[in-house]
Design a protein around this ligand. Structure first.
Ligand SMILES: Nc1ncnc2c1ncn2[C@@H]1O[C@H](COP(=O)(O)OP(=O)(O)OP(=O)(O)O)[C@@H](O)[C@H]1O
Ligand SMILES: O=c1ccn([C@@H]2O[C@H](COP(=O)(O)O)[C@@H](O)[C@H]2O)c(=O)[nH]1
Length: 242
């Protein structure tokens, strides 16, 4: 890649799949994947891109699963949100080992561990070139980290929200179940909603639609794709207004 090329985005919100962080493990965080993702994110920051991150918690705990097994849903979701705090702290550590300044900001108050989420402070961190990792989702049960990612992208006024997950875009059916599924290069929010394309929950899509936040879905396992996207290449699937 030539050196005179400039990033296509000034500020991004990156939603990282919690589940993807476990790699081949059955549970938890694979150190190699964590380090590799941190390296890629640091590279974007070095290019001058302001990076905000939301991490899921599926590698540790999902509330809905435990609720199905009989647990109180709100308690289960509180546990799920705490799982995202663990992932956020791990990412902060990995980014600091890359020499980057990073702040974890939690939607739930645990301020001996990380900062409370305050929008204006988060914006200031970004302006100063710090990477901000938003933890504990929206702070409310019955939501997901995808919705938290849409919310924070809108609040931070990012140029794009990027969902980095286990598949390389939005397909006409779940590619993990249907190997012959076809990938879209571009879709409208309405198409995702009316075709019930399950890559992201409907609340998150509606938030992006209502606030005109472009969404990119890319594969977290494809090394270099994030950088290519930031440098303006057509990677993954773009979801935007019609
Ligand atoms: N139409 C579709 N196109 C693409 N992926 C789909 C589709 N329908 C379902 N999926 C599934 O959605 C998954 C991504 O969303 P999911 O919410 O499961 O993970 P995540 O948000 O990346 O992880 P986490 O919740 O741990 O943060 C993909 O791995 C894929 O199997
Ligand atoms: O706003 C939120 C976000 C998340 N949760 C709980 O956390 C887990 C993990 O998040 P994923 O998006 O599934 O990775 C989720 O299952 C919920 O239990 C929440 O309650 N509110």
């Amino acid at each position: 890649m030539s050196n005179d090329k400039r990033p296509a985005y000034k500020r991004i919100l990156l939603k990282l799949s919690g589940e993807a962080l476990m790699g081949d493990l059955d549970f938890g965080i694979c150190p190699d994947i964590l380090a590799r993702v941190a390296r890629e994110v640091s590279e974007l920051s070095r290019l001058g891109v302001e990076v905000a991150i939301v991490i899921g918690g599926g590698n540790i705990f999902r509330g809905a699963g435990m609720a199905q097994a009989g647990m109180d849903r709100v308690s289960a979701d509180h546990m799920g949100m705490l799982a995202t705090v663990m992932n956020a702290l791990a990412m902060q550590d990995a980014l600091e080992r890359e020499g980057k300044f990073c702040r974890v900001m939690s939607a739930l108050k645990i301020n001996q561990v990380c900062e409370d989420y305050i929008r204006r402070r988060a914006v200031r961190h970004l302006e100063k070139g710090r990477i901000v990792v938003f933890a504990a989702g929206t702070g409310n049960p019955f939501f997901t980290t995808d919705t938290a990612a849409s919310l924070r992208a809108i609040e931070m006024n990012t140029d794009v929200m990027i969902k980095a997950t286990k598949v390389d875009g939005v397909y006409d059916s779940d590619p993990m179940i249907h190997p012959d599924a076809r990938r879209y290069e571009r879709l409208t929010y309405e198409e995702v909603l009316t075709r019930r394309l399950g890559v992201m929950d409907a609340t998150a899509i509606v938030m992006c639609r209502d606030n005109d936040m472009p969404l990119r879905v890319i594969n977290i396992f494809k090394e270099g794709d994030l950088l290519r996207l930031i440098m303006g290449e057509n990677v993954g699937t773009l979801v935007e207004r019609g």
